[in-house]
Design a protein around this ligand. Sequence first.
Ligand SMILES: Cc1ncc(COP(=O)(O)O)c(C=O)c1O
Length: 352
Amino acid sequence: MKVRKAIRRMKPYAPPLEGRDPSASLLLDFNESLLPPPPEVGQALRRFIEEGRLQLYPEYGRIEAKLAAFHGLSPDCIILTNGSDQGIDIVFRALLEPGETVVLPEPTFAMYAQVAGTLELRIAAPAYHEDMSWPAEEVRAALTPEARLVVAVNPNNPTGTVIDPAILESILTDFPDVGLLVDEAYAEFTGRTVLPWVERFANLAVLRTFSKALAIPSLRLGFVAANPDFIAELNKVRGPYDVNMMAVAAAEAQIDHPESWRSYVREVMERAKPRVEAFLRERGVTFYPGAANFLLIRPGDSRGAVAFLRERGIAVRPQKGSIADCFRLSIGPLEVMERFIAVYGEYLDGPA
Ligand SMILES: Cc1ncc(COP(=O)(O)O)c(C=O)c1O
């Protein structure tokens, strides 16, 4: 098969997914929820099967209206996507011609560079500052006429960094012909969002997902929110049935019963995370105080720490590139994190 050169040159984005077993290991490596979704989600999935609609194509009107109402938006500001990964793909495909530039501060979530590769885009990659703050001035400097889009992952994965809303607002205002894609995959953990801005700024698109706080990454659901004119364009790029109805049924249940994921967010952010941070400080381990359900940790010997944890059944995520000396730790409920603290404490104590 004569595959395009650009694709042949690439490697797949292949996160270490196979063989993960939550009953055998503590999975602190993918920023997932450490608890399954509430019973209402399972009930909604069974109900969908029992209603006898598996043989029908999907329809999205009800979930779109529900999501829009939940977020105080008009339904024509929303398009569902197969995970927010598909949101990245359709926004890039709608906005950028091959050879045009996307401004993508690094380090960040790997799918951005992956999608850019498939489209033969140029990437301008200003580096996050040493304190892991967003390089606002460098982003502005990268906004040459070939630059069509700025990516602002907020909070960023893997640094946990948040971006001052005033900075985002100034980019939207000062560069009206450049798109700004704000990825809010972890917004439930911060309680801050720019979703309402989509009614004010035609050059803004916001990505959201049901994969993190809303705990259904297995089912693949996200959405893009933007001005209705841009959503109409995205509807030409996304397929009419790309999102499956099991995901929709589960997502409706999560929107109808937010108590469970809201209480999970409080547990993680108000109890577990402060405890892990206090432990790391006490033990003199460098980390970046991010705003989401994970921490970027820079121990003296990241490989050794990751291997020690792995041998004792705790999976964390080693990093690459400029932060190859770090690992990323997902935060779950306090009880779970006490186990991490005990094992990591043993590692820090060294051999007896
Ligand atoms: C910042 C960010 N954006 C998007 C995603 C993609 O999530 P999903 O495709 O499951 O919605 C992730 C997943 O880790 C992420 O960290």
